[in-house]
Structures are given as C-alpha cells and as structure tokens.
Design a protein around this ligand. Structure first.
Ligand SMILES: O=C(O)CCC(=O)C(=O)O
Length: 328
C-alpha cells in the first residue's frame, strides 16, 4: 500500500477519504471510529459526506478543507488527543478534569435508568443559551419578537437549522457539565462531541403545519441492543405544547419484548407510530434532555405562542459496542 502524506497526522483519515470516494473497492472504517474521527476533526457528518461526494477532492484538498472548516487551524492539543485515542490510548475529557464538576444527581440517574431520558438542568447558563438562540434567529434572518419573520423561507419545510459553527454553539459544546453528565452515563470520559445543527420549531399556522420529525428511531433495532446517547439543548423555555422534544419513556427496557409483537408484514416504524404514544418534555432555557437512542422519539406540533429553539448534540466515547445490521 502507498503511504499517504498527511498534513494533519491522522493516519486513518486517508482510509476514510478513500472509502467515501470508492465505496465498492475499499473497506469502511468501523462505525465508532468513523464517528470519533469526524467529531475529533470537528466535522459534521452530512457536510463532510456531501463535500466528498460533490467535490471528489484529492486527499490534500480534503485536509485543506478540514482546516478551512475550522477557521484555518485545529489546535495541536486536539489533534494529539485524537491521534492518541485512535491509537488505543485512554484519553481524558476534552474539557479537562471533571472530578469537581457537578453532574447528574443520584435522583437524576435513577430517573435515567427507569425512563431512559434525563433532563440535565442548567447544562449551560441562561446567557449562553440566549446567545445561541439569537444566533439561530440571526442566521435565519428572523427577529425573535416578530412572529411574521418566523415563517421566512430561510427555514424551509423542516425544523432543522444548518448552523454548525457559530461561536455561541461552539461554546455550548464545551460545557463541562454536559461532558460530566455524559461521562456518568457512559461510565468513561474519553468523549467526542458531535458538530450538530440547531433547530427552530415555530407555532403551527396555515401554510406551516408541523413537518416532523414524527416518532422514529435513529438507531438500528437489530439485536444485541447497545447504549448510545442523543441530546437536545433548549435555548429558551419550552412548554409541553410548544413543540417539545417527545419520547416514549422507559421503552429502552421493553423494546425487546415489544419487537416480538410487531406484525411480520408491517414496517416497525409504521407499527410504532400507530400504537405508541409519546410524552412531550418541557424544560427551561439552558436545560439539556439526554435520551437513550432506543427510545422512540420525535418533536411535536407547536401549539403555543413562541418558537421552540434548540441545539442538538451527542457525545460518544472513542470506541463503543454497536450492532452493524440495520433494522428499523
Ligand atoms: O427536535 C426534536 O424535538 C426531536 C429531535 C429528533 O427527533 C432527533 O434528534 O432525532
């Protein structure tokens, strides 16, 4: 094999690039490694795949693009942490020591085990949340206090907002309390935070019906089932009827049995949508809801007066158990 010249010094990046450009003649990276690689290079999965497929860059161009995405440079300490983690070394938390950081309480953890989700109160400060909230309105060319502006075509027919690297969103990904809570749930600190987008779910009105996401899973339901976490940060207060994140609490414990009841001739998600009821989760500005990826979940129609504004993020360890086969 020809050794690739790499300016970033992340050897397996070449294998990732090669596989994206020629999937049928190359071997994919293990899924967990691929996610760690992209999160460690502070890349969003979709933007990276789109860039590679549309531009078909050389490897040197790909590495240059990665730096461009990161304002021209990635800190050497971050690259070093990524290199060591990918080489199998145990690395600590990205945000430094977590020992003295207040995370989830014993009650929170009991709630997590029973319901499969937990509200991390004050995951970020109200001020940090508001900065990110205003950044999302600004990105969409909307004004928070002008309801007419909430339906601007800039939103498109979804609640997703592809704002990835505004400083306010970047800062929220470094919240020690968020890293601590995830470390408690994963039982380890070598976590990598996704570069995920924002969301704005305005009140429903004529010509703007709630577009989803409706009840779904982002996970394979094939066994064996494993832990993975997903999260949403509320950037302003969210009431139950305000387009709240919704899920079927406790379903991570009953999924295996429930799967046996799904008629063989029906898609699992269709059956789930017909038979399961989600609970909307209200919370405050700066709170984060973390859920087990085996909970059926979605957003909900906003029947209140103000948009629900949110930032998505997930934290995963360098390596973790997952099931390859897709069933959903
Ligand atoms: O925005 C929400 O409330 C739901 C988010 C969701 O369905 C997802 O992240 O998969």
């Amino acid at each position: 094999m020809v050794e690739a010249t790499t300016s970033l010094g992340i050897e397996i990046l070449h294998a990732y690039w090669a596989h994206q450009l020629a999937p049928s003649s190359t071997t994919p990276l293990p899924q967990d490694i691929e996610k760690t690689l992209l999160a460690g290079l502070r890349l969003n999965v979709l933007e990276t795949v789109r860039y590679l497929h549309h531009q078909r860059p050389s490897f040197a161009q790909f590495e240059a693009w990665i730096l461009e995405c990161n304002d021209g440079a990635l800190p050497e300490a971050s690259l070093d942490r990524l290199r060591r983690a990918l080489a199998g070394e145990t690395v600590g938390a990205e945000v430094g020591k977590l020992d003295d950081v207040e995370g989830l309480s014993a009650d929170d953890l009991a709630h997590w085990h029973e319901h499969g989700y937990v509200i991390l109160r004050n995951a970020i400060s109200p001020e940090a949340a508001e900065r990110a909230e205003l950044a999302i309105y600004d990105f969409l060319g909307m004004a928070r206090e002008d309801p007419e502006s909430w339906y601007s075509p800039s939103l498109g027919p979804s609640i997703w907002v592809p704002l990835l690297r505004h400083p306010a969103l970047v800062a929220n990904r470094q919240s020690p309390r968020i890293h601590k809570a995830h470390a408690q749930l994963w039982g380890r600190e070598d976590l990598w935070v996704t570069i995920d987008q924002g969301g704005l779910n305005p009140p429903e009105r004529q010509n703007w019906p709630f577009p989803g996401p409706h009840l779904h899973w982002d996970a394979t339901l094939a066994e064996p089932h494993h832990l993975e976490l997903q999260g949403i940060l509320y950037l302003a207060d969210v009431a139950e009827d305000q387009g709240a994140f919704s899920c079927v609490p406790g379903f991570h414990r009953t999924l295996k049995e429930w799967l046996k009841s799904v008629p063989a001739d029906q898609p699992i998600s269709d059956h789930a949508r017909r038979t399961l009821t989600m609970k909307p989760i209200a919370a405050h500005r700066g709170d984060m809801i973390i859920w087990h990826h085996l909970l059926p979940h979605g957003s909900s129609p906003n029947r209140a007066q103000r948009p629900r504004v949110a930032q998505y993020m997930s934290l995963r360890p360098t390596r973790y158990a997952y099931t390859e086969a897709w069933k959903n």
